[in-house]
Write a protein that binds this ligand. Structure first.
Ligand code: UGA
Length: 434
């Protein structure tokens, strides 16, 4: 099938590349000429494990092409994906100007039937708004379909190629048939393509992310309580997770959720609800608790260092909001850094992928190490913020030689408690005893 993808950000690139992988002809459109030129040369603008291989292969086999010309790209396409940014506007609701702007441009160019798919996370009612743009600018029949993405950064290729489910919002039989055909190769294992109306589909995306953010936040509160009542959150997690109604996944406490999706989507759903005069109380609490959780580690440090944090030096492992990405949007590490620097502490950070992004955001406010052990040199303590696999089995002898004191504040519960005690550490993690 011939497909156009408008917008080559994270979602657009993963979608375009993975759609090409099953034999579709995909043309990706972007207004950024420099980016398009680089992609034509096979240069991939994002870091996502496994994507580069597919990207190179599909470019080489000419199923994946790039252009800045919208008119040529959509001419032969049956399906046009809109994968454009929807940044939070000043009031917390998603800014739809890119999506509606692209819809208008497409409407002025279409000559025959198209399915236009909104792939970005958009508020309930957006498909109707896009439809209205088409109705205002063309006589050609166009079906506007909502097809939210559920990709996780770091495992996006797998999530796209083998989705748990595909959600498609459309009430048009014609569009439904095309979408069914398009996704058939991805759901061969028997996972469902769930068809519904556009608004339910749009809400599904927000509900999924908000539910997951709530689940994590709930566990963060249980963890905080565990510390007070002398319980172990790892045990509680296993104890409740084996109940199939609760499930094992997304029960890991930590330093709060971050990233480009959960914080934005929880906020946007709460905001949408309030626009309908509905006070979505749980979500308001989730946001409040998550704010507090991001700096829980600093509170623990202040309690430990009764003399204050001023003049101390701390090594910080992990800057990305989660492993396997260089993304630092809403990353808890940034909040922790701000607090520590405000208290007069010196921070030296290490991350396998995200250092350059942090350097751009924080400059020389902190130091950056080339290697995890360099960061530890002469540090009063180690703070672990992101659970990169590399940090899971460190060389403890090297660690002990480099650190000034055997003190670790672990925001991701990477190490066995007893082992740390045996090695003589003061080891403070989340929801476990010290
Ligand atoms: C999330 C969703 O998981 C995807 O399904 C969705 O498509 C995506 O948002 C999106 O809307 O685009 P992502 O933001 O890439 O994906 O990352 P997650 O793996 O979901 O992690 C989000 C945050 O939750 C991270 O800060 C992570 O550290 C935290 N988390 C996750 C926990 O603190 N505990 C857990 O048990 C799981």
């Amino acid at each position: 099938m011939k497909i156009a993808v408008v917008g080559t950000g994270y979602v657009g690139l993963v979608t375009g590349t993975c759609l090409a992988e099953t034999g579709n002809d995909v043309i990706c459109v972007d207004i950024n000429a420099e980016k398009v030129a680089k992609m034509k040369q096979g240069e991939i603008p994002i870091y996502e494990p496994g994507l580069d291989l597919l990207f190179q292969r599909n470019i080489a086999q000419k199923r994946l092409t790039f252009t800045t010309e919208l008119a040529g790209a959509i001419e032969e396409a049956r399906i046009i994906f809109l994968a454009l940014p929807t940044p939070p506007g000043g009031d917390g609701s998603a800014d739809l100007s890119y999506v509606l702007g692209a819809a208008k441009n497409i409407a002025q160019l279409v000559k025959d039937y198209k399915v236009v798919v909104t792939k970005s996370t958009v508020p309930v009612g957006t498909a109707d708004k896009v439809k209205a743009v088409f109705e205002a600018h063309t006589q050609v029949v166009v079906d506007v379909v909502s097809n939210p993405e559920f990709l996780r950064e770091g495992v996006a290729v797998d999530d796209f190629m083998k989705p748990d489910r595909v959600v498609v919002g459309t009430r048009s039989d014609r569009a439904r048939k095309l979408m069914e055909e398009l996704y058939a190769p991805y759901v061969r294992s028997g996972n469902p393509v769930i068809f519904m109306d556009e608004r339910s589909s749009e809400l599904t995306k927000y509900a999924a992310n908000s539910f997951l953010a709530t689940k994590i936040t709930f566990m963060n509160e249980i963890a905080n309580l565990c510390e007070l009542v002398n319980a172990d959150v790892d045990m509680v997690r296993r104890g409740i997770g084996s109940d199939a109604r609760i499930g094992k996944r997304f029960l890991f406490p930590g330093v709060g959720y971050g990233g480009s999706c959960f914080p934005k989507d929880v906020q946007a759903l709460a905001k949408s609800a309030s626009e309908y005069d509905y006070n979505f109380k749980i979500l308001n609490s989730v946001m409040e608790v998550n704010e507090r959780q991001k700096t829980v580690i600093v509170d623990k440090m202040k309690k430990y260092y009764k003399e204050g944090l001023g003049g101390k030096k701390f090594a910080l492992w992990g800057l990305a909001f989660k492993p396997d990405t260089d993304d630092i949007r809403e990353a808890p590490a940034l909040y922790i850094i701000d607090e520590l620097v405000k208290e007069g502490a010196q921070v030296v950070a290490y991350d396998p992928e995200a250092i350059e992004n942090v350097r751009r955001a924080k400059g020389d406010m902190i130091g950056y190490a080339e290697d995890p052990y360099d960061a530890l040199a002469g540090a009063d303590a180690l703070i672990i913020v992101t659970e990169w696999p590399l940090f899971r089995t460190p060389d403890f002898d090297r660690m002990e030689n480099a650190l000034k004191a055997r003190v670790i504040f672990d925001g991701r519960n990477l190490y066995d408690l007893q082992r740390m005690i045996d090695r003589g550490y003061y080891y403070n993690s989340i929801g476990r005893q010290t």
